[in-house]
Design a protein around this ligand. Structure first.
Ligand SMILES: CC(C)(COP(=O)(O)OP(=O)(O)OC[C@H]1O[C@@H](n2cnc3c(N)ncnc32)[C@H](O)[C@@H]1OP(=O)(O)O)[C@@H](O)C(=O)NCCC(=O)NCCS
Length: 174
């Protein structure tokens, strides 16, 4: 029987499942990110706050989270898609695409001008995946102070900045 997926705002009870999804999805990035980074997960406290603020969405299979998207508001006019992960057992079924679009629709409705994210330049599918959803690479000189700080934080955690790309989608495209 085909699994029926539902996308929804995360509920408090969903939060405990998200670290396992993040770790499982990170295995897709082996060879692209340092191993210690692949073992990092978003802290419970950050996820709880995001859930309370309505900045966390989940994809549910039979009421169990199998993917999530987490937004941080780092600057007044933009929403930052800080994390998106789909359990590979449920991958390639459109959930990643639906989660990104859910965030973009929410951001447009909340009057943000754009949605940003940071991804790997050299993972073959990531930039094309976001490009098909309307995201474009942002040149380094155009980066806001907040996004520069995120890239710098990543660098301190061992992620090579030259392999990262900031992408942005105007909400007007929604
Ligand atoms: C990126 C991610 C969220 C996509 O989730 P998903 O539910 O598998 O995505 P979708 O089913 O919506 O895929 C949309 C398209 O993206 C591309 N794509 C996504 N994942 C891919 C993969 N592992 N390999 C090749 N292409 C992929 C394909 O073109 C796919 O369309 P298709 O299946 O019709 O060919 C998921 O792979 C993931 O959690 N990855 C680990 C974390 C990560 O890479 N985050 C982003 C970079 S920082």
């Amino acid at each position: 029987m085909n699994t029926r997926y539902i996308l929804t705002s995360a509920r408090e009870r969903d939060i405990d499942r998200l670290a396992a999804i993040e770790l499982a999805a990170a295995r897709l990035l082996i060879g692209h990110a340092p191993e210690p980074v692949l073992k990092e997960t978003t802290s419970q406290g950050v996820l709880e706050e995001a859930q309370r603020n309505g900045h966390l969405w989940v994809a549910l299979a039979d009421d169990t989270p199998v993917g999530f998207a987490h937004v941080e508001v780092l600057e007044p006019d933009a929403a930052h898609l800080e994390e998106i992960d789909v359990d590979p057992e449920h991958g390639r079924r459109g959930l990643g695409r639906r989660l990104v679009m859910q965030v973009c629709e929410w951001a447009a409705g909340a009057d943000y001008e754009s949605v940003s994210l940071i991804t790997f330049r050299d993972v073959p599918w990531t930039m094309p995946f976001y490009a098909t959803l309307g995201f474009e690479a942002v040149p380094t000189f155009e980066l806001s102070r907040a996004l520069r700080a995120v890239v710098e934080d990543e660098r301190c955690r061992g992620i090579d900045s030259s392999r990262r790309v900031v992408m942005r989608r105007p909400c007007a495209a929604a």
